[in-house]
Design a protein around this ligand. Structure first.
Ligand code: MGD
Ligand code: MGD
Ligand code: MO
Length: 717
């Protein structure tokens, strides 16, 4: 009897249950935390899902989303066949077609746009999903387009670029060796529950935790020794003020600063402008608390810091806030040091796993050049530092068709609700695109605007290459056949490459051959990985990462040092006004005229994570939706009292760009004057309230977490 059979017998006694337990992963969530799942399969159907007990990542645990995996996979709105639009764009009228017909139509239309305009007039865009990205990226380039873009235009990349221009790379918190954890916008229980154990262990060892957040969370309650409940978007000012305190009190590691950093004098001058009383006023914090937190961080080292792919950089001053915080790690000698923030390059699709892959080469060695990417003219730093287009300029370019037309979009999980002014984007696509194909699991609002819609299958219906922390790699096996006529995204792309006869043998050979090419030299092959479908230790993986390499060999920046003053930013044309120093500006700088202030007195923070929801993708998963059935806005107790609002009241949220309806949920979690709500609802899409030009000039990121708005009660309709 195999181990699995024993497990089933133990769980479900009796003779021949006809049930098999098969391993896969849950891809609902953040790619960094794709937990191992055991699917109980009977008659080709999943009847139960549990966490895989010996999976190196989740060790048997599952969150609410993972526990709903079965409900997600068998949702009624799964797209069943390839579809061709027969009504108007947006109307949602389609007829089923065959895969062959779909490929022919796509090939013809993309080639037509290429002939009439250019290959760059086709934009390839991926939503939140990451696993197929190397294939899509290469496909775009082999087709001849420079325009590959993703949700990274609003997530992660701002931080990545800020890290790159400051230190050449980012660094993760070395929690295992730290005495202090500076949890800057850290709320692990909600967005990354598997990270909480590390913080708990640090506390058990007697380590200290500082958390800086705008709301009360389980992390602020359970973990924080010091909690700074800061005014939203003012973190940059706090970081500069902390730097002044550190320097003035002699807590800086001047030996580190002298040996390994660049631009300290200019930085010192900048931070002198942020004395404690001024910082306390901007941030809304008590000066003593700021002092205590700073002292603890700077004197109880080694200290490591949490950074977020979204929270801070979702303010229009966020790029520099991130840099200002990163600078603290060098000022205190905690960057690239044990117990501080330790660089560790990604192995495969953002995941740090201690081994080298050829993913970057795979996607970039067919880069066609010949044009600048979408957004390059407005966001030169982005263009210089990232190999994707900045999708926050897509709407403008589709509307204006300048500097060159965009006439077709190939979307994989493209979700227009991710973009500010969603309706305008859909209107521009309707009016100006010759062709739009979208591939998704579900018939989303965005799919309804597509000319061709293709059904993708889920993680449990496909095989997928996946790297894990600790030096692991897996190639999963499907646990059930793809539902209906759905297919794996990578098979769709590789089949299309064959139909279009693209000049690329690797893509034409398929995903597994491409994956093998990318992991060549790591010590494992796809064939070996497929034998178990479970994560295997990569023989060449070096884990954990050893600190000190940059200090020894030099940073990958123009000066070879950690740059308080960024030479890469200084090289950008001064007309863009980008400061090489991490200077601070008001998060609502573009909305502070008296009229707007008066009309929209509230601060709107959208999308701070909650455990049961993830962007738009599970709002229509019944089990998860049942936890919070209605789109709600969290209103502070005092504001609710002042406005005469009760729990469950219907309100209109408005900004200069639009208005949506939600229900009131009264809490004391955020500060007075701050409204908090989730994104991704079709019936209450908060991104209608975010202005398309409310963007961080360094990264192009939208101010999702900092926007003026108003709230008023409306009658039930
Ligand atoms: N207001 C506001 N807006 C935000 C944010 C915020 O905090 N506030 N957060 C931003 C951030 S950080 C991010 S990362 C983005 C995420 O933004 P989105 O890309 O909108 O994320 P999702 O809604 O999770 O996924 C998009 C689509 O992918 C589909 N999908 C799921 N799995 C697959 C698959 O295997 N194949 C294919 N082809 N499709 C699949 C889903 O069904 C869904 O329709 O949103 C950003 N937008
Ligand atoms: N359950 C769940 N998990 C997720 C996701 C999801 O949608 N749902 N999305 C995934 C994705 S794509 C991403 S990018 C990550 C993001 O994950 P996190 O980085 O954890 O992002 P958030 O939860 O948006 O923000 C973290 C904390 O920052 C706080 N915050 C907001 N504005 C400010 C501010 O101005 N200053 C300070 N100091 N704090 C602020 C919020 O209140 C929140 O508690 O989560 C991933 N994990
Ligand atoms: Mo994100």
């Amino acid at each position: 009897m195999t181990e699995l059979e024993k497990k089933i017998k133990a769980k479900i006694p009796g003779e021949d249950t006809g049930i098999e337990v098969r391993h896969s992963l849950c891809a609902i969530c953040s790619p960094g935390i794709h937990c191992g799942v055991d699917c109980y399969v009977k008659d080709g159907k999943i009847i139960r899902v549990e966490g895989t007990p010996d999976h190196p990542l989740n060790r048997g645990k599952l969150c609410t989303k993972g526990s709903s995996l079965r409900n997600y996979v068998y949702r009624e709105d799964r797209i069943k066949t390839p579809l061709k639009r027969v009504g108007e764009r947006g109307e949602g009228k389609f007829e089923p077609i065959t895969w062959d017909e779909a490929y022919q139509i796509i090939a013809e239309n993309l080639n037509k746009v290429k002939e009439q305009y250019s290959a760059h007039a086709v934009a390839f865009f991926s939503g939140y999903c990451k696993w197929y990205r190397p294939i899509l990226h290469r496909f775009a380039h082999v087709f001849g387009s420079v325009n590959f873009g993703t949700d990274d235009s609003t997530c992660f990349a701002s931080m990545y670029i800020a890290d790159k221009v400051t230190a050449g790379t980012g660094g993760g918190p070395d929690m295992g060796h730290a005495n202090t954890f500076l949890g800057w916008n850290y709320e692990g229980y909600y967005s990354n529950h598997l990270s909480v154990a590390g913080v708990q262990k640090l506390k058990e060892r007697g380590g200290k935790v500082i958390i800086i957040d705008i709301r009360d969370t389980p992390a602020t309650k359970n973990l924080a020794d010091i909690f700074l409940k800061i005014n939203p978007g003012t973190d940059g000012a706090l970081a500069l003020g902390m730097a002044k305190l550190i320097i003035d009190n002699g807590w800086a590691d001047m030996d580190y600063v002298e040996k390994y950093t660049y631009g300290f004098e200019q930085y010192r001058e900048l931070v002198q402008q942020y004395p404690l009383d001024k910082v306390a006023e901007i941030t809304g914090l008590n000066p003593d608390d700021i002092y205590e937190a700073t002292k603890l961080y700077a004197t109880n080292g080694p200290a490591c810091t949490n950074f977020s792919a979204s929270a801070l950089v979702h303010h229009i001053n966020g790029f520099n806030s991130h840099r200002a915080i990163l600078c603290l790690t060098a000022l205190t000698g905690n960057f690239d040091r044990e117990g501080g923030n330790v660089p560790n390059p990604p192995s495969y699709i953002h995941k740090r796993a201690g081994f080298r892959s050829r993913e970057e080469e795979f996607r970039s060695n067919r880069y066609p050049g010949g044009q600048r990417r979408i957004g390059a003219e407005r966001f030169p730093l982005w263009e210089a530092q990232n190999d994707e287009f900045q999708a926050m300029d897509l709407l403008r370019q589709i509307e204006e068709q300048k500097p060159y037309p965009v006439k077709a979009v190939v979307g994989l999980g493209m979700n227009a609700k991710m973009f500010p002014e969603t309706d305008k984007l859909l209107a521009a696509m309707t009016k100006n695109l010759d062709f739009f194909v979208n591939i998704d699991l579900f018939m989303t609002m965005t799919c309804k605007y597509a000319d061709i819609v293709l059904p993708a299958c889920s993680s449990v219906e496909r095989g997928e290459l996946k790297a894990y922390e600790g030096g692991y790699l897996a190639f999963t096996k499907p646990v059930i056949e793809p539902l209906y006529e759905s297919k794996s995204d990578v098979d769709i792309l590789c089949e299309l490459a064959r139909v279009m006869d693209l000049d690329d043998d690797l893509l034409k050979q398929g995903y597994e051959a491409s994956a093998d090419w990318m992991i060549d030299g790591c010590g494992l092959t796809v064939a070996e990985l497929k034998k178990t479908g479970q994560p295997m230790k990569v023989p060449t993986a070096k884990w954990p990462a050893k600190p000190g390499k940059l200090l020894e060999n030099g940073f990958k920046t123009p000066s070879g040092k950690f740059e308080f003053y960024s030479n890469a930013i200084a090289a950008i044309d001064p007309k863009f006004g980008l400061d090489p120093l991490p200077s601070y500006r008001d998060p609502l700088a573009d909305q502070n005229d008296p009229e707007t202030r008066e009309k929209y007195p509230f601060y709107l923070c959208t999308g701070a994570r909650l455990p049961h929801a993830i962007h738009s993708r599970v709002h229509d998963t019944p089990w998860l939706r049942s936890i919070r059935p209605n789109p709600t806005v969290e209103v502070h107790t005092a504001d609710a009292a002042r406005l005469g609002l009760q729990n469950g009241d219907k309100v209109a949220l408005s900004s200069p760009y639009g208005e949506i309806r939600m229900l009131v949920k009264i809490t004391g979690k955020a500060k007075e004057g701050v409204l908090m709500t989730l994104h991704g609802y079709t019936e209450a899409n908060v991104n209608e309230l975010i202005g398309r030009n409310h963007l961080d000039p360094y990264s192009g990121f939208p101010g999702f977490k900092g926007m003026r708005c108003n709230i008023r009660k409306v009658q039930e309709d």
